[in-house]
Structure formats: C-alpha cells, structure tokens
Design a protein around this ligand. Structure first.
Ligand code: PNW
Length: 487
C-alpha cells in the first residue's frame, strides 16, 4: 500500500516530535532518601527560606521519586513522543565523583527510562538542571575550573549506564540561569552574589563542562549508541525599544544568546567579539590589569567549538532594549539590564503579564527568535526544549495556557514554512505543576494540576492537557484533521 500525505500549512512536518519536560529538583522530592546527598538547591532552600515564596522547599515536591509510574501514565495519556526529565547528580553520585555510584539512583532512573520506552516514549535526559552536589559547591562549584572535569566524569557515568536506551541528551539546562541570574542576583542557588565576576567565571566553566561531556559522548559512545547531544539555552527575544535602539538590542542579544551560543555554534568559536571587547574596556575602567571575562585559550576555543548535534532552545518571553541614560541605575542582568553593556530592559504595554513577574506574552517573538538564531548560527536543527505558560491560579480550564500554546505553535509553523528554520520538535514546560524555584508553588506551569496539599500529590489534567494531546494526535493545528497514529 502506498500512502500519500499532503501536508497543509497548519500541519507539522513528518518526523516533528512533541514532548513535555520536568526537572529532578522540581518534581522528585525524596531529597535525603536512598543515599542521596544534598544538592545546592537543598542547601539553598534550607539556608535561605525567606528567598522562596511561602518558604517552600522541594523536599517532597511532586513526589515523583515514588510516583514515577503515574508520571509515565500522564506522558502516555498525552501521546508524547518524548519525555524530558533530568538526573539528579547527587542522587546518582552522592559524593559528586564517579567512584561511588548509588544503586538506588541507578534503579530509579532505570525504572523511569524502561517504563517510558515500554510506552514508546523516548527519554530525553538533561544531565544538569541547577542541582549541583553540595560537596562540589564546597570546592567552589561552577566557579572552580575543575567543575568541567567533575561534570564530564558524571556525564560519562550517565552515558554508560543509560546510553543504550537514551538517544537524546542535554548536558546543561540554561547556564544563563545558574550563572547570570544566580551570581548577579542571588535568587538562585548557591545564593552567592558576585555581579560581573562570578557570572562570567561560571559561564566559561559551563561551556567547558558541556564541551568535555560532548567530546566524551563523541569518542566513547556515539559509535555504539548513535544518540544526539546538545545544550539547552534560555533566550529571551530582545527587541529594540525604538528604531534608534537596534545597536543596543544587538549587543544585548550577544550578551544573552551569544555568551552561550557563540563558543559552541559558530565557526570562529570563543566569546562574541563585541562583548569580549566591551568587558575588557570596562575592566580597565575598574582598574583591573585583566578582563573580568576569563579569556579562552586557542585550545579551549577548539575544544568547545562544534560540540552540538542540534540546538536546544528554551523560549518563554521577550524584552525591549534601550541604552541606559548616563548615571541611570541598572538592575541585575538578565532580569533588568546590564551595567557591563549599559542597557536597560523593558516590556511593551501590549504584552500581557502572566502569573509570574518576569513573564510577558509576545508570541510573534518566537518566530523572530528562531529566525535570528538561523541567521546568526546557520542552518542547524533546533529542538524547542522548553516553552510554556505560567499562571498563579488553580484554573482547571486554563484558557490562557491553551491560547499560549496555540499562538506559539503557530509561530513555530511560520518559522518552519516561511523562514525555513529547521525546528525538529517542541517541548512543553511543564508536564505538571512543580517547585518553581524562588516562586515555590505559587506559580504553575503544568498541563496537569498537582494537589500539593494532598499526601498523594494527585495529578489532574487541565484543558491544556487535552489541547496538547489533540495537537499531537492530529500532528497539526488544524482541528479538522483526522486523528492519526503515532508517526
Ligand atoms: C526555566 N527568569 O527557568 C527552567 O528551565 C525551568 O526549570 C523553569 O521551571 C522554567 O523555565 C519556568 O520558569 C527559568 O527568571 C527560570 O527569567 C527563571 C527565569 C527564566 C527561566
């Protein structure tokens, strides 16, 4: 039999994959169970309860450590092609190093992976989603250059234990969050504030960590397992406030996207030249005989360059950019502005705010972002590793979230069909409500509501779950399309 498929403009390309995501600290709970040691998030929430809304913790979270079978059921109900979750480094390697692999950690992730595969759901595994073992933080964490090797050793353990079944790997989730937001504002673990210094040291070490893990996969595992490895960067779309601010906006894009993409995805590698130059000048003005931005050696440039099989993109929101006025106070990057490049970020009044402080809705920005990435880094495959919408209410009929998915998926289709961007797939953040970092449980991203008052952590589907399931089934935004079987 031959089957002819005519794709309409509201259909997704054949082979386009749909998934949903969570991360270990945000859902697992069981923070001190089965030999798991503390991560920097365990320490952070226990040391600075006042930095988290309602003094919340991830001690129990969604209890996915015990309820993983239910999570797989939800993923299966939705018809997901893949489920993105992360491994807790301190659950798998309680002392942070590879000489003590936890039997309990191995069992937990093996169970989850096998259960997903049984339902024909591909596991997409993030190795690092903000939860460094505290034992390594005690040696300086992401500011110690040795962290690149610590991470690489951990990655090798994960590849060798799970690589036979896991074909998609993300090394690091959003280094901008655990470097820039963390060290510039202190609102993320480890809570240490060192603006303009700690963030850059962390940034460079994160790039090397990613690259070393990628090289290990390439040398030791690729020929056997044939998987794909990349990094997931969070990038706000940054738009010139007025026509006169285009240069400021491009500088800001290089600071937000470029610092985490240029070293990996360009032919030249290394830092974005414009940023490297500006920070060197600023450092001189600060009276330093060297730049606060640690330079790459030639060897390091080569090590990091080209370490991707696709690009992971977490996309949520947008900001306007303008030059700061002389003497104007500038808040922490990337939340408010940057005193290194002298820009101020803002929002337009027509962008509706969601249930969370940093999040304003501007769907057209998604297409602009994808087109900019293609222009900047070439015709590479992009996997949307996160996109989703926050609310602070308990609506089961979450119309705003449904609209957000629809509007953003429309922009993905335009990027594919009109701009020729090679988008491979799309991931909803999040499968279910979970511990939303400094917002605790006050902010909800889930397609499934989780009842955090019940010991059972009951999961209930919202309208967005039904909507997403139907998009996946139809492989289309066209509601008149016939429901088709999993491709
Ligand atoms: C991402 N900000 O984090 C993370 O990958 C998820 O763990 C998180 O739950 C999700 O987005 C929703 O927030 C972010 O302050 C954390 O701009 C903070 C910011 C953005 C993304």
């Amino acid at each position: 039999v031959s089957v002819f498929l005519v794709l309409g403009e509201r259909d997704f390309p054949l082979g386009f994959i749909f998934g949903a995501a969570t991360s270990a600290y945000q859902v697992e709970g069981a923070w001190n169970v089965g030999g798991k040691s503390c991560s920097i998030w365990d320490t952070f929430v226990h040391t600075y309860p006042e930095r988290i809304v309602d003094n919340a913790t991830g001690n129990i979270a969604c209890d996915s450590y015990n309820k993983w079978k239910t999570d797989v059921e939800l993923a299966s109900e939705l018809g997901l092609h893949f489920y993105r979750f992360s491994i807790s480094w301190s659950r798998l390697l309680p002392n942070g190093f590879p000489n003590n692999i936890s039997e309990d950690g191995k069992r937990y992730y093996n169970n989850l992976i096998d259960a997903l595969l049984e339902k024909r759901i591909q596991p997409l595994v993030t190795l690092y989603h903000f939860d460094l073992p505290q034992s390594l933080q005690d040696f300086g964490g992401w500011t110690n250059p040795l962290v690149a090797d610590w991470f690489a050793h951990y990655a090798r353990v994960a590849f060798s234990l799970f690589g036979d079944r896991v074909k998609f790997w993300i090394t690091l989730n959003e280094p901008i969050t655990f470097c820039d937001i963390a060290y510039n504002s202190g609102s993320q673990a480890p809570g240490y504030i060192s603006p303009g210094v700690g963030n850059y040291i962390c940034n460079k070490n994160a790039m090397l960590a990613h690259a070393k893990a990628y090289r290990i996969y390439d040398k030791e595992f690729r020929s056997k397992y044939n998987g794909k490895v990349s990094i997931a960067n969070e990038i706000f779309w940054l738009e010139a406030d007025t026509v006169n601010d285009e240069e400021a906006a491009e500088k800001a894009r290089q600071l937000m996207a470029g610092m985490y993409c240029h070293p990996i995805f360009t032919k030249q590698g290394g830092w974005p030249p414009v940023i490297e130059r500006i920070i060197a000048e600023k450092s001189k003005e600060n009276g330093l005989p060297y730049s606060r931005l640690p330079p790459y050696t030639e060897e390091e440039i080569e090590l990091v360059k080209g370490t991707f099989d696709f690009m992971g993109l977490n996309f949520y929101t947008s900001r306007t950019v303008r030059n700061a006025k002389p003497g104007e106070e500038i808040g922490p990057w990337p939340l408010i502005g940057s005193s290194d490049i002298d820009v101020i970020l803002g929002v337009r009044p027509q962008w509706k705010q969601t249930g969370v402080s940093w999040f304003y809705i501007y769907p057209e920005a998604f297409r602009k972002q994808l087109a900019w990435l293609k222009k900047e880094y070439g015709d590479i495959e992009i996997l949307i590793t996160e996109n989703g919408c926050a609310s602070s209410n308990l609506d089961v009929d979450d119309k705003v979230r449904v609209q957000y998915y629809k509007d953003h998926l429309e922009q993905v289709l335009l990027a594919i069909n009109e701009d020729g961007v090679r988008v491979m797939g799309y991931t909803v953040w999040s499968l279910m409500d979970n511990f939303e970092w400094s917002d605790g449980y006050s902010v909800k991203f889930g397609m499934y509501d989780v009842d955090f008052d019940s010991p059972n952590r009951t999961r209930t589907p919202r309208s967005s779950a039904d909507y997403y399931a139907s998009v996946i089934k139809r492989h289309s935004l066209d509601v008149n399309n016939k429901i088709i079987d999993k491709l």
